[in-house]
Every structure is written in C-alpha cells, then in structure tokens.
Design a protein around this ligand. Structure first.
Ligand code: ADP
Ligand code: MG
Length: 695
C-alpha cells in the first residue's frame, strides 16, 4: 500500500478530530485504508419511490417522496418527541423522532417537497417510521441512483454520524487526486480470472452506477478474501509435502486382512470402505498422511480408525488415538479393548487420572514398543516422545484440536507420524477445505444399514408429565434414556440448580428401586463418572440425568430416548451431537426437545430444523445461515472471521477458483519470486505473519 492510504483518518476531508475519535472507537477505523475497507452492507436504488399505500409488513428500508403536513412536539421528562404526519398523495405515514428534534425543526418546513428513507414498523395497527433519513427533494436531484448504505453504531447515530456521512467521507477519499490502489496480481492473472482492477473494485464497491458494477466489485473483493484465506494453508501443505518424508507402509497388511475377513462385527458401508482405501493410499505413498475424516454422528468412524491402526501395527509401528475428554477416551478404550484382544494387539489407556505407578509402567512399555495402541486425551501429545516408534496418530473430534496442536505433531522427528483427524461436526466441504486447508479430505456420507431415523419432537414445559409417561412406556420395553440439562459453563454453580432440581423431580416420577436414575456431570471424579457410564452400559441404570458431558462419543446402542431440557439454549451443532447419542441400535429412537414458550425467532428456527432433518450436513448449512462462520468452533483461528464480503456458503465456486489459482501459482513459483507485488502484500498484510514462518 502507498503512504497516502496509510494516512490518519482525521486528515480525510469531512472527518476531523471529533469524527476520527468516533471512527477509532466505534468501528476500529484509523487510516484511509481502513475506511476504504469498510464496505456498504447493502445498496438502495434511489431512483425508486414506494407509495405509502404500498407499505406492508414485508417492507424493508424504503424511500418515499411527499410532504410533511403536520408537526407535533410532545415534551418528555428529558427533551421532547417530535411526531410528523407525512403525506404523499396515496396515504399518510407517521414519522417519529426522539433525537435531533431541533435540527429537523430548523431545516424541514411544512409542505417542503422531501424525500424520506427508513424502515416502516407496525405499531398498534398503523405503520410509522422512526428516525427516517430526510432531505429536501431539491437536494437529492444530483445524487447517484444507486446508493451505498453503511452500518453505523448507536453511538454514531446519536451524534448524527450516519450512513449518509460515511458515504460522503468515503466519496471524498475516492475522488482525492492522490487516490490510488496498486494492483497486487500480475496482469495475466487478473485477465485469466476475469477480475477488475483493485482500484476499480474499491471505487465501485462504494460508488456503483449499476448492479453490474456491484457484482464486478464484489467478485474481485471476494476472490481476494478467499485467496488470502486459503493461501497460508495451501502453502503450508506444499511445504509439508516437500519437506517431510513420510513413513512408507507396505501394501500387504496381514492383521488388517485377518480382522476385516474374520472379526468385523458387521459389514462395512461403502463409504467406510472408500475412506479406508483413501487412507491406505496415503499410508503407502511415502508421504506423510494429513487427512481430515468427516462423518456424521453414528456413521462409524471408530472402526475406520481401528482398521487404520491395524495397518500401522502390521508395519511394526505404534498408534495412538486422542480424544478431547477423559470420558471419551475411556469410551474408546472400552469399545476397542475387546476387538484388540481378539486380534492380539496390546492396547492401553492413559489419562489424567491414571495413577503414577500405572503411568510409569505404560511409559516403560511404550518405550519398549510393547504397547501397540495407546488411547488417551489430548494431553497425550506431550507423551508422544515416549513412544518407541509412533507411526499413526488419530485425533477424534477435530474441532477441539487446534491448528497449533496439529503443528506440534509435525515437529516430531524427521519422519513424523501419519495423522488422521476425525470430526463429527459436519461442515460443508468448501468450509472444510478452507478451515482445514492443509489437510486432505475424506467423508463418510452414509449411515450403516438398518438404522431407523430418529423421531424428533418439540414439546413445551407443560407437556413434561406426558413426556415422562412416554419414557416409562419405553423403559418398560427395556430401553434406556438420557435427560440433558444445559450447562454453559461446567464451573457455573448457579446452573447446577436446574440439573439438581430436575434430578429430584425425576426421582419422584421414577422411584427407586423400580427405576435406577443416575446423575452425571463434569465436576464428578473420573472414577465416579466411569462407574455411572458402566452402570448405564450394562443396563443397570435406566436413566442418566446429565450435563453435556455426554455430548460426544458415548455409545450405548440400547439407549433410545434423548430428552434435551431448555433446548432453546443449545446451538444447532450441539443439539445434533446430543441427539446422535441415540439411534445407534435397531430400535426406534426418539429425541424430545423441551423448551419454554418464549422463544426467540432464532431459537424457533433451530428447533424447527432439528425436528425436520436428521442430517448433520443440512443442519450445519442452516447453522451457518443463522450464525455465519465466525462462531463456529475452530473457525476463529483459521482467519475465517476476516471474511467480510465472501461467504463460503454462497461463494463456494469463487472459493474453489481461488484455490485452483493458488495451487497453480505455487506450483509455478513456490516462493513467489516472480510475483513481487503479491509477495510484498502478503508479507506486510496485517495479521498475516504466517508467510515469514512458512516461506
Ligand atoms: P461415530 O462416527 O459417531 O464415531 P461410531 O464409530 O461410534 O460412530 O459408530 C456408531 C455405531 O455404529 C457403533 O455402535 C458401531 O459399532 C456401529 N457401526 C459402525 N459401522 C457399522 C456398520 N458398517 N454396520 C453396522 N454398524 C456399524
Ligand atoms: Mg465417535
């Protein structure tokens, strides 16, 4: 960037010290460049006027032309309220102001021809508009027909620093004689990808004349955003492939073959087989595997992991499975122990609650190479040095395992272990490629045969007795149930009240000894948690009342009912994870979402979505429409929150073409030695320090 764009914002015409302070504080805008990158959130066609008679409940921001025929000022305790009657020949609309009353009275006269702009709201059966933008028709005459609308904060509006002022200031910048935005791509590249110039894009995004202008400008800016989002990942991937040799496994794998033919408790789905062959291809390639495996809850990732472990053992290597929580690690251990014994491989569990004595013994056996498969929590990453010859690391539930931790694995030794990361939080492919862009990608997009889709319903609190009766009838058939209470923070004492109250209430409905109801939460000692899980697994306990500690990974096929209390407090992906604890057996399973009657629009949409589909992929699309990407776990450190215009949901095609462009570019010129402008831009771009470590 040139020095002009680096100038302090207060020096821009129309800003000054007071507004500069507001821009700093409210929008984080400090320089000319910053404000240039503050894009409009939409555009209005100022050549169109709506009639008062056309206003309806669907009306968004609209523009009307007419006159004020009546003003009434109503004194309030502090200041006053100004109410005006606006008339445009088709009908009357009430306008209301609580602020800036003086200015309006001084500048707008009865019967002036004026243009107003704002969003009508329905109040007591009549439409009104509060705080519309307003100007005389005469003043509007020379204005552009397409106008950018900028979002402003309440603090800004209170000081009459609104969209219009932003538009003027940015206009002053764009029309400044020194205004220039240097190109960062070379001309061949720009042409090849049908981009408009960088300078043009910034001009048109703020001051378009036509819809086509908006589209061209947005395309260029989105392309750039998606280019720089994916660049570091792809660069890192390239470096990894070039720098690190991987452990080369042999194609023949006797243990694997034996297990697959003689010990598999079921037939693999096509998707499982395909993924296994993708993994195998990596393992025998001589390059280090770095693969992301996505599969909806219950799609059968564990067995894929276990079969991959067998390939490592077949080649004389050790393997490790890491889970985010102790309870999950323990579950994996219990689930795989028998399979491991059957085939004669030595498996061990190492968690925070392993005693010092056992830990020592495990370390000893690990160093001797006598433990084939070690299961544990993420803390294992620290223990990895203890292995004799670690060949494969499997990380379950990727979204809690950060990029930094992944990088740590890369540093282990000249021949780093193969890495398979598994996640049950389905995210659309385009997102996955960007967030985990340094990984290859596999997906299990099919559930094992014979699963009955889970029936999901939504019930309000007053229906609870009926719900309990229903659970009784299912328990009578020999099934088991989970009842989950939201605990946002496991450390939050107050919230435990709901859990304890719920537990007490349940004990009355399901009295001992006929019914066995256990409580499970994160603050319990690991041994106690484990005891509860065992009682449940063995069918001794009928109902587990718990916090979200059971969110991930628990596998009890006989459990067929999941009741989620205060379900409106959960996010979609969490609801889906919880629901995934049932529907694992052959019996019909149920998920009952309890909520209060007062639901926000957003909560209503979430619950509706849960009732309407069992597909994690569909839900994650809906989730992203509701929340955007920023909030989705694991996306923050990936730079996704830097996306301003682009959306991976809607702009998958642009994301893909940016990706292709990067691959081609890095292939021809890995260190960008012939692309000076781009290289400079990348290395100086704020928050983009990766280049220095990557290149
Ligand atoms: P997740 O992908 O959520 O980790 P799991 O690996 O826990 O799923 O598998 C869920 C359940 O499905 C387990 O009980 C597992 O034994 C079973 N399962 C896995 N693959 C198959 C298959 N191909 N056929 C039948 N059942 C399967
Ligand atoms: Mg799992």
């Amino acid at each position: 960037m040139n020095t002009f764009l680096k100038s302090e914002i207060k020096f821009l015409k129309g800003v000054g010290q007071v507004r500069a302070d507001i821009l700093n504080k409210e929008l984080g805008i400090f320089t000319f460049e910053d404000i240039l990158g503050y894009y409009p959130f939409r555009y209005v066609d100022r050549s169109k006027y709506t009639k008062v008679s056309e206003i309806n409940t669907e009306s968004q921001h609209i523009q009307l032309k007419g006159r004020i025929v009546h003003f009434q000022e109503i004194p309030l305790k502090r200041g006053s309220r100004l109410v005006a009657t606006f008339y445009d020949g088709s009908g009357e609309l009430e306008l209301v102001w609580f602020k800036g009353v003086k200015w309006i009275k001084a500048n707008i006269k009865i019967n002036d021809e004026i243009v107003i702009f704002g969003k009508p709201t329905l109040f007591k059966g009549r439409f009104n508009m509060s705080h519309p933008e307003m100007e005389t028709f005469a003043a509007r005459k020379n204005a552009a027909s397409l106008e950018a609308v900028y979002s402003t904060t309440e603090q800004m509006r209170n000081r009459r620093f609104e969209s219009k002022a932003m538009r003027q200031i940015i206009g002053n910048l764009i029309h400044h004689e020194k205004f220039d935005v240097p190109e960062i791509f070379d001309s061949k590249f720009v042409e090849e990808h049908q981009l408009i110039s960088r300078k043009k894009a910034f001009q048109l995004i703020h001051q378009p004349s036509t819809d086509k202008d908006i589209q061209l400008a947005q395309h260029r800016i989105k392309f750039e955003e998606l280019f720089f989002l994916q660049f570091p990942f792809l660069k890192q991937k390239l470096n990894r492939i070039e720098a690190k040799e991987g452990i080369e496994f042999k194609t023949k794998s006797p243990l694997f073959e034996d297990f697959a033919q003689n010990h598999l408790p079921f037939e693999l789905t096509n998707a499982q087989q395909r993924v296994l062959s993708e993994i195998k291809t990596d393992l025998v390639s001589g390059k280090q595997m770095n693969r992301l495996l996505q599969g909806d809850v219950g799609s059968g990732k564990t067995i894929v992991a276990f079969l991959s472990v067998l390939m490592a053992v077949d080649n004389g290597y050790q393997a490790s499975i890491m889970a985010p929580t102790e309870i999950l690690a323990t579950q994996h251990f219990i689930g795989l122990k028998e399979l491991a014994h059957e085939i004669g491989i030595h498996i061990a569990l190492l968690t925070g609650s392993t005693t010092a004595k056992d830990r020592k013994e495990i370390h000893r056996l690990l160093r001797l190479g006598e433990i084939h498969l070690l299961i544990g929590t993420h803390a294992l990453i620290e223990e990895i040095v203890q292995f004799s010859n670690l060949g494969l690391v499997i990380i379950d539930e990727q979204h809690r395992f950060g990029v930094a931790q992944r990088a740590k694995l890369q540093e282990k030794g000249h021949q780093p272990p193969h890495v398979l990361v598994m996640t049950a939080t389905p995210i659309p492919r385009t997102l996955a490629m960007s967030v985990y862009g340094d990984l290859d990608y596999s997906v299990i997009d099919e559930l094992p045969a014979g699963r009955k889709p889970i029936k999901t319903v939504h019930r309000f609190g007053f229906a609870r007795p009926k719900v309990w009766e229903f659970i009784k009838s299912e328990l009578a058939k020999g099934r088991q149930a989970y009842i989950v209470y939201p605990l946002i923070e496991e450390s939050d004492k107050l919230h435990y009240k709901d859990l304890y109250n719920g537990y007490d209430e349940l004990l009355q409905f399901f009295p001992r000894p006929e019914y066995q109801v256990d409580m499970l939460h994160g603050k319990m000692k690991p041994a106690d948690k484990e005891a509860v899980m065992q009682r449940f697994k063995k069918g001794i306990c009928h109902i587990i009342v718990s916090t979200t500690v059971i969110e991930v990974g628990i596998n009890v096929p006989n459990a067929s009912i999941m009741v989620i209390e205060s379900s409106e407090k959960f996010g979609l992906s969490q609801l889906h994870q919880l629901r995934g604890r049932v529907g694992r057996g052959a019996e019909q399973s149920f998920c009952i979402l309890m909520s209060s009657k007062a639901l926000s629009e957003n909560a209503r949409t979430r619950l509706k979505a849960m009732v309407s589909t069992n597909s994690g992929f569909e839900l994650s699309e809906i989730d992203m429409q509701l929340r955007g990407f920023g909030d989705i776990a694991g996306t923050r450190q990936s730079g996704l929150d830097q996306l301003q215009l682009a959306s991976l949901n809607a702009d998958g095609t642009i994301a893909q073409s940016a990706r292709n462009a990067i691959v081609k570019l890095l292939d021809e010129d890995p260190d960008l030695l012939n692309h000076h402008a781009l290289r400079n831009y990348i290395s100086t771009k704020q928050g983009f320090k990766e280049w220095s470590t990557v290149a």
